[in-house]
Design a protein around this ligand. Structure first.
Ligand code: ARG
Ligand code: ZN
Length: 891
């Protein structure tokens, strides 16, 4: 059933202290809990409600007396006590079976060690508890376990005591001084080792930092440790926020549903976001680790010290923390173009994943109004669009204004569980700005469209920009009100330079207060749209300019403007805003791809006669412009992905899109063959590997060149890839070479795959790459994927492994997945059903692959509907999968 935001009621009881004792055993862990609770004065007469799932209740005592079966009711996932006194000490004994817990929520076993995952509602799988984020308590926890099997016992906060129990077992007592909601509870027990370091904080205190891993992985923890130290420094410097504990631990686990978890003082991470060294990790892995370590660390303030009142407010902590980790990564790169590269990468994710979500059956506002299963709402909308919403405050208020708002937010709400509205109010009050209309970013789903028209008047030297905004309907929201949209703009003169901007005084409504810049004639201005249509007049414009619109992607909208090809080429070469240089190239490429798709659908054969030189010329200029960072060139020379092209089409034909993209890549490879080769040679990174942004950028461009050259599928390309593979001293170069070979018909491809497997057989994260590289290969069809599932190294129980093959195929290989006979969809249905029984969260993610099924050609749509209905008809579907499938079929 559905839970609504409007039904929020404060808890009937608060919990002040939680004491817990764990007797850890994989098959029967005994959990003894003592809660001191007090009635919420606002809830006279209400029953005491605790949540619990998959628990065996052994004993229950209230204020020292055992409760008889009549004194409480065990419902579906609840335990209710009627007529409790106002002060309650509740003692609960429960038993759980961690070894059988394949959902990876609550307490579970991975490779023989114990881990927990409590967000969002996993604590209720450990004990009965008012498991909701507005119930905050201090925790004291004693862990007891076999000393030999589980030498390491970790909990939240500070270690206050440890010792031997005499019977081959030992114990540790952990105390967390900070009140926290139950979703931040964690424990770890097992055979682990750590890299540790003492770190001096800005206020002079010393903190102990640890990264815990399985034995044999200590050669892979250095980068995570560096990232942690950088995160601590950065939060001190940028936001004045300090680490509040004496000890901060990161633990790596190989079975994990998501990326990582910010449990107080004891962050638990998917191994994928901790373990790295040049032999096993790529440049992208190194960058992801830095950003996820930052993300979880930053949660300590945005999430833990100030938490969410209820799960509808999830983006309060997630959107804000993603914004913070994005800024952190950008600052770590340091250079201006590095910041732009990071911005482009983030916007790419938004467009590729969030825009489709916002246009599909699961579309929801950044602050949803309802859900069936909260785990389905850890989405790109909550995270990435949520981050864009936070970024817009910074764009509107400036960096200093934003910082003042953050300071006020912590001053007001430290130690509280609050709402998105409280954050917006802090931003408004700290800056003295009215941000009422800005609320619509939280309440309305859908991606706004902003259409721009321009006019230049030679006589008066006035350049006019007219904006019209709209937002398509989304489930449950047929009509939308206008958003408050910051649009950063600039104007280029015919030599490509920025024109100083001056707006007509007393001009059209909104124009004067819609602009702020201290500079009397800035070259970038933030225009504020608040109405459906708005016009801005720029004065003193001496010649017809080219507009640069939505600089640095100042708002998460689709911006439409009728650029000519020539203008796009001009912006690509000249715009002072690097984001828009990239954007211009993408617009041009997308335009060509869409027109080629139309040609193909009208029966044209894909050959050179269909191409003009605009795109090739623009690509040549970028590729050979050595004043541009290699990392930037790599992004600018990457064609929009097949899914981005698909989103632009009324009716999607995945085969045509795939054929067009490959054709265009081959054409660009052919036309620029010499330039690609030159770029390849010029961007070699000889010597010792380093993951720094500059070297990574060079490798990125070099390996992009390699992939273009391999698309020609000729023997010199094969040889180039083969020798790169053989000579590589790092995973980035090795994996890129292998990927290029596997996508070609190179004679050495099978051999290279086999050698790669043999060399990395014992490195699970690398074997994931081996599976996923094959899953997304042009040459891999559904039968080949089924064959890979029979490989001894494959397992459905390990989420990373399942994702590496199944998700990579279903969402990363559209041409094969959308095979006209429907075999891809049948495979999908089968796997959703199988995974549903093992791990509902992972299954529900896979279910989302079908989100856009109504956009496909009728024949494909019929097959997709059949597959969806097959899943819907399956027995014992979890809430997770049921919600996704039901919404897909309904919308
Ligand atoms: N709060 C975590 C993060 O953003 C994500 C945990 C989500 N887990 C879940 N089972 N839904 O870092
Ligand atoms: Zn997070």
């Amino acid at each position: 059933h559905t839970i609504y935001r409007k039904d929020y009621a404060s808890p009937s009881f608060f919990v002040d202290t939680v004491e817990m004792g764990f007797d850890l055993d994989p098959d029967a862990t005994i959990v003894a809990t003592r809660l001191t609770m007090r009635r919420n004065p606002a809830s006279r007469g209400k029953t005491l409600v605790l949540y619990g799932e998959s628990l065996r209740l052994v004993a229950l005592r209230m204020n020292g007396k055992a409760l008889s079966k009549r004194a409480y009711t065990l419902g579906h996932g609840t335990l209710e006590i009627a007529n409790p006194p106002d002060e309650v000490v509740l003692e609960i004994e429960t038993v759980t079976q961690p070894s059988q817990n394949t959902s990876l929520m609550g307490l579970y076993v991975s490779n023989g060690n114990f881990f927990t995952q409590c967000e969002a509602e996993g604590f209720r799988k450990i004990t009965f508890f008012p498991d909701r984020p507005d119930v905050m308590a201090t925790y004291k926890v004693m862990l007891r376990a076999d000393k030999e099997k589980y030498p390491v016992l970790l909990g939240n906060g500070n270690l206050v005591e440890q010792g031997d129990l005499g019977d081959g077992r030992h114990y540790a007592v952990w105390e967390d001084p900070f009140r926290k909601p139950s979703y931040l509870f964690a424990l770890v027990a097992g055979n682990l080792v750590c890299q540790e370091e003492t770190f001096r904080l800005q206020d002079g205190r010393d903190a102990l930092l640890q990264v815990w891993v399985e034995e044999g992985n200590l050669d892979k923890t250095q980068h995570a440790m560096e990232s942690l130290k950088n995160s601590i420094r950065w939060d001190e410097e940028r936001f004045g926020l300090e680490l509040d504990l004496d000890r901060f631990m990161i633990v790596a686990v190989s079975d994990f549903n998501m990326g990582a978890m910010e449990n107080k003082g004891l962050n638990i991470f998917n191994t994928k976001y901790v373990l790295a060294n040049p032999r096993i990790a790529t440049d992208v892995d190194f960058a992801n680790i830095e950003s996820v370590v930052g993300h979880e660390y930053f949660h300590n303030w945005t999430g833990n010290r100030v938490t969410c009142r209820d799960w509808f407010q999830l983006s309060l902590k997630e959107g804000l923390t993603v914004f913070r980790d994005q800024e952190f990564s950008a600052d770590m790169i340091g250079t201006d173009s590095g910041r732009a590269v990071k911005r482009i990468e983030d916007v790419r994710v938004l467009r590729q994943a969030q825009f489709p979500e916002d246009a599909g059956p699961m579309a929801h506002p950044v602050r949803p109004d309802s859900y069936v299963e909260i785990n389905n709402f850890y989405t790109v909308t909550i995270y990435e669009k949520g981050s864009e919403v936070v970024r817009m405050y910074q764009t509107l208020l400036g960096r200093d204004g934003f910082r003042k708002g953050m300071d006020l937010y912590f001053q007001r709400h430290d130690g509280q569980a609050v709402e998105c509205d409280d954050f917006r109010r802090a931003m408004a009050d700290a800056s003295g700005r009215n941000l009422d209309q800005f609320e619509l970013w939280y309440s309305q789903a859908g991606t706004p469209r902003v259409t721009v028209a321009t006019r230049y008047d030679e006589m008066s030297n006035i350049y006019t920009m007219s904006f019209t905004q709209s937002c398509p309907p989304t489930p449950g929201q047929p009509k939308k009100l206008p958003f408050h949209i910051p649009v950063a703009v600039g104007l280029l003169d015919s030599s490509g330079r920025d024109i100083p901007l001056r707006l007509q005084k007393g001009g059209t409504e909104g124009s004067s207060e819609g602009v702020h810049a201290n500079d009397p004639a800035p070259t970038t201005m933030v225009l504020e749209l608040t109405q459906q249509t708005q016009t801005f007049d720029f004065v003193g414009v001496l010649e017809q300019p080219v507009p640069s619109l939505l600089r640095n992607f100042s708002a998460p909208v689709v911006l439409e403007y009728d650029y000519t090809d020539a203008e796009l080429g001009f912006l690509m070469a000249n715009d002072s805003d690097p984001f828009n240089r990239w954007e211009a190239g993408q617009r041009l490429a997308l335009r060509r791809m869409l027109s080629l798709v139309r040609e193909v659908k009208q029966g044209a054969a894909l050959d050179a006669s269909l191409l003009d030189t605009a795109l090739t010329d623009a690509f040549r200029v970028t590729l050979t412009d050595t004043s541009l960072d290699p990392a930037f060139r790599e992004l600018a020379l990457t064609l929009p992905s097949e899914s981005v092209v698909a989103e632009q089409m009324e009716v999607v034909d995945p085969q045509a899109i795939h054929a067009v993209r490959r054709f265009l890549r081959r054409s660009l490879a052919q036309a620029l063959r010499a330039e690609w080769l030159a770029a390849y040679e010029a961007n070699l990174t000889p010597g010792e590997y380093s993951p720094d942004a500059e070297s990574a950028g060079k490798r990125g461009l070099k390996n992009l060149a390699l992939s273009y050259l391999l698309d020609l599928d000729e023997s010199d390309g094969h040889q180039l890839a083969q020798s790169q593979y053989d000579a590589a001293n790092n995973m980035t170069d090795r994996l890129s070479a292998l990927g290029a070979l596997v996508n070609s018909s190179a004679p050495g491809r099978e051999d290279a795959l086999a050698r790669f497997y043999d060399e990395f057989e014992n490195e699970a994260l690398v074997i994931d790459k081996w599976f996923s590289l094959q899953a997304v290969s042009y040459n891999t069809d559904v039968e080949a994927v089924r064959a890979l599932m029979r490989h001894p190294a494959f397992s459905l129980k390990n989420p990373n492994r399942a994702r590496s093959l199944i998700f990579s195929f279903c969402s990363g290989n559209p041409a094969q997945f959308h095979a006209p006979d429907g075999s891809g969809y049948a495979y999908w249905a089968e796997l959703v059903i199988t995974l549903n029984a093992l791990n509902p969260q992972v299954a529900a993610r896979l279910a989302r692959v079908m989100d856009r099924w109504r956009k496909y050609e009728p024949a494909l749509q019929r097959n997709m509907r059949n597959a969806l209905e097959d899943v819907a008809a399956a027995k014992s579907l979890s809430k997770d999968v049921l919600e996704v499938i039901t919404k897909s079929l309904a919308n």
